[in-house]
Design a protein around this ligand. Structure first.
Ligand code: GLN
Length: 454
């Protein structure tokens, strides 16, 4: 714990943490010493973790990257962070993130952008984003500030930053981890998951994080499998599907090459490679960018200046003036954009044309996956359509930013487990990731195939 606390201090220039909580990590380390003496070590005894600032942590500021929640100290603990602490882990601090998890570069955070510890090898030394929205999480692991962290993934926010920083991360099946105490973005998509250096660490963390929680009505009432104990890189005979629609124009050749390399590795490991079709793939991104903002506009209605965080009350103003001033000051530009898109697609005149239609397309996308999984056990795709991009490169063009989610979004819409694994470097020496998508509840299959990459 002391070593990681020192690393966190040394790594402050990355801006990965919003707050540091060394006392929490040290208390867990002390508890681990006591547990060891008593012969009662737990799976994560003394392990100092970073917690994304989207998980409510009792008594510790929880902001979701927003000015709106600056200074908010929850009086309760999120189930996921509570589960990790109950398994013996401590907290090094709260990790920076895109505001309300809306973004793919960690540049929408009120607390400033996060830097990736990676640099292109062209000598230019341009600052790169760590991806997002779990950018602080990814950067902290990649820079060795924490051995493992929590992330959340609504449409790629665990997998894309993991790919950008050369680490592993898994979004489990929707409902595996409780959303209780997670600041809501798009409730039908939000899922917590671990990010760490390797597959085994992800399995250990996920086992501690997951489990039924009566406080979340979408939590799955199923036992947590022994993912770590059942890890095996033996994938002989597994059928791995390669979705033809993921070969899209405009993706750099290096992404295709790393994908081909991954396919070859899987074949060498004894898997059978099968081409499959997911015909509605090209509608996934637009569908996501209707459903996620729609749910966000509803979820974020709660920030009214009355119950949480910031309040701005103009002198002689009425209640509406207070709402308006609070929301104008508390939300950043991307969050406002999402609220406007979401409100529009839910409005009486456009509900059928957009939101309702998107819900139908979402069902078709889920059905595509079901049909593919009649033929194959897993799908292998790139994680993101590019390596990490430069700071500021896409901030002026929201659509270009949204396009970065093209490979991550479909599995989110279908609620399926999906994992990013590091798969190589591009010509600039930057990490590229591959994604494994599994059947609902088959985290084990996903983890095992990911292990075959190590
Ligand atoms: N980049 C996507 C978005 O901005 C996904 C974010 C996420 O998964 N939280 O909505």
């Amino acid at each position: 714990a002391e070593a990681f606390i020192a690393q966190v201090e040394k790594g402050r220039a990355l801006n990965a943490f919003v707050i540091e909580t060394p006392e929490h990590a040290l208390a867990a380390a002390d508890a681990a010493d006591a547990a060891r003496a008593a012969g009662a070590l737990k799976p994560l005894s003394g392990v100092p973790l970073g917690i994304k600032d989207l998980f409510a942590t009792k008594g510790y500021q929880t902001t979701a990257g927003s000015h709106m929640l600056e200074g908010f100290k929850p009086v309760y603990e999120s189930t996921v962070s509570g589960n990790l602490f109950a398994a013996g882990a401590g907290m090094l601090g709260k990790l920076n993130m895109d505001e309300f998890a809306m973004g793919s570069s960690n540049e929408t955070s009120f607390f400033g952008n996060v830097l990736s510890p990676w640099r292109r090898n062209d000598g230019g030394n341009a600052a790169l984003t760590p991806g997002g929205s779990s950018g602080g999480s990814a950067s902290a692991v990649a820079a060795r500030l924490a051995p493992g962290v929590t992330g959340t993934d609504t449409g790629g926010s665990i997998r894309q930053p993991a790919a950008f920083t050369g680490i592993s991360g898994i979004k489990p099946t929707y409902g595996r981890c409780s959303r209780f105490g997670m600041v809501a973005f798009a409730s039908s998509l939000d899922q917590a998951g671990p990010m760490a250096h390797d597959v085994r660490d992800c399995a250990i963390m996920l086992e501690a994080m997951a489990g039924f929680d009566p406080k979340d009505s979408t939590s799955l009432d199923l036992p947590v499998p022994n993912w770590e104990a059942n890890l095996s890189s033996d994938i002989r005979g597994k059928r791995i599907g390669i979705p033809r629609e993921y070969r899209i124009d405009g993706v750099p050749a290096e992404i295709d090459q790393v994908w081909e390399q991954g396919i070859a590795w899987m074949r060498d490991a004894g898997a059978e490679i099968v081409e499959v079709s997911l015909p509605h793939t090209r509608y996934a991104l637009p569908t996501y960018y209707i459903i996620a903002p729609a749910e966000a506009s509803s979820n974020l209605a709660r920030y009214d200046g009355v119950r949480y965080g910031q309040r701005v009350a103009p002198e002689n103003g009425n209640l509406t003036d207070m709402y308006e001033a609070t929301r104008a000051a508390g939300f950043g530009a991307e969050v406002k954009r999402r609220i406007m898109i979401g409100t529009y697609v839910l409005s009486a005149g456009f509900y059928d044309a957009y939101f309702n239609q998107a819900q139908k397309v979402r069902a078709l996308i889920a059905r595509d996956f079901e049909q593919a999984f009649d033929k194959v056990d897993l799908l292998l795709t790139p994680t993101a359509p590019s390596a990490a991009f430069g700071l500021g490169e896409k901030t002026a063009d929201p659509i270009a930013m949204y396009l970065n989610d093209v490979f991550a979004g479909p599995a989110s819409l279908a609620g399926l487990p999906a994992m990013a694994v590091p798969a190589g470097l591009d010509s600039q020496g930057l990490p590229l990731g591959l994604q494994l998508i599994g059947r609902a509840l088959d985290e084990q299959g996903v983890l095992n195939a990911a292990l075959a990459f190590e």
